[in-house]
Design a protein around this ligand. Structure first.
Ligand SMILES: C[S@@+](CC[C@H](N)C(=O)[O-])C[C@H]1O[C@@H](n2cnc3c(N)ncnc32)[C@H](O)[C@@H]1O
Length: 314
């Protein structure tokens, strides 16, 4: 974990209190913390850093109804293709990440990609922000993203058919900045960062994958700069009881405080009509991006991800 993160970190288990973390036995090489521990004096919780990866989740905050599929080799391969298929010059690759990136303006400051998976959008953000942090709850995804960050390349076993696979090598373009990016294991429902830290925030295809969608929004809102920030939010709103209880969905129901369509509810929440997310955001743009995930050479998932770009200026 790069040392620049240290000043922004807090204990995720103590939220809503923001308590600092103390460093313990850090082994640092060229501003990268390879191993050590971050501890909270208030709750005595310890967060390890192993082989450069920081684990900043408060385990008690996880309430997944089903175990995570994001740790399996086949899903890792699918996401590597989804994120970097264009670099493999695959004619089937989608340009979703370019489309999303074009919606954000260069803003400087700190950016966060929440639910970063294997990191593509964090690298896109690195060209628009001073520093970028990609956060994901999957160790396998964070490890793959960090390996790409360190080496600039990754081997991928692409499923062809049945158990047949084809090896490909993803090589990141030389001009993509990598020094200003970092990936950590963290929870979108208890982000280990100080309030009002981030100028650019993204949540792509995540809100329907967390057990408490409103808490994800509240967390995102807490760490966004109060006076000046931009937010890119995109999702297909595939609500499922395997992930979250129906009463916690932010759309897709007939009754309850978030009945109706997810996009309408999200806009209402961001504009602070629900009195949850203060100070209010202004909706700048709205639209959709076709996003693709590959299962094998003849099987793809085509997903309409509906986005909102919102700003906060006061
Ligand atoms: C559908 S994928 C989207 C990945 C990426 N944002 C994109 O659009 O390509 C959802 C991602 O969210 C991550 N995730 C799920 N629950 C999470 C949580 N509570 N905190 C952080 N990340 C989470 C998964 O590991 C996975 O990488």
């Amino acid at each position: 974990m790069k040392t620049f993160l240290l000043e922004f970190l807090i204990c995720p288990a103590c939220l809503p209190e923001e308590r600092p973390l103390q460093s313990f036995k850090l082994e640092v090489q060229k501003q990268d913390i390879i191993s050590g521990q971050l501890t909270c004096k208030a709750c005595s919780r310890a967060y390890p850093i192993r082989e450069g990866i920081a684990f900043l989740t408060a385990a008690k905050q996880f309430h997944h109804v089903a175990p995570s599929k994001y740790e399996t080799a086949s899903v890792l391969s699918s996401y590597l293709w989804s994120h970097y298929g264009d670099l493999l010059k695959d004619p089937d690759a989608s340009d979703a990440y370019h489309q999303w990136a074009a919606l954000l303006k260069p803003e400087g400051g700190l950016a966060i990609d929440i639910g970063a998976a294997v990191g593509r959008f964090s690298f896109e953000l690195a060209r628009k922000s001073d520093r970028v942090i990609g956060v994901d709850s999957s160790y396998a995804f964070v490890k793959a993203a960090r390996d790409l960050l360190l080496t600039g390349k990754a081997e991928i076993d692409l499923a062809v058919e049945g158990i047949l696979t084809r090896k490909e090598t993803i090589i990141l373009p030389k001009e993509w900045p990598r020094n200003n990016v970092e990936f950590i294991v963290g929870d979108a429902l208890a982000l280990p960062f100080r309030q009002s830290s981030f100028t650019t925030l993204t949540s792509l295809n995540l809100i329907d994958k967390v057990p408490k969608p409103l808490q994800h929004l509240a967390e995102l809102n807490r760490i966004a700069k109060y006076d000046r920030a931009q937010l890119l939010f995109s999702d297909p709103f595939s609500w499922s009881t395997e992930v979250a209880e129906e009463q916690d969905w932010l759309g897709g129901t007939h009754e309850g405080s978030h009945a109706g369509r997810g996009m309408d509810n999200l806009k209402t929440l961001l504009q602070d009509h629900g009195n949850h997310l203060k100070p209010a955001w202004q909706i700048d743009q709205q639209g959709q991006v076709w996003w693709k995930i590959r299962t094998h050479c003849n099987h793809f998932e085509l997903i309409r991800s509906c986005y909102i770009k919102a700003d906060r200026n006061s």
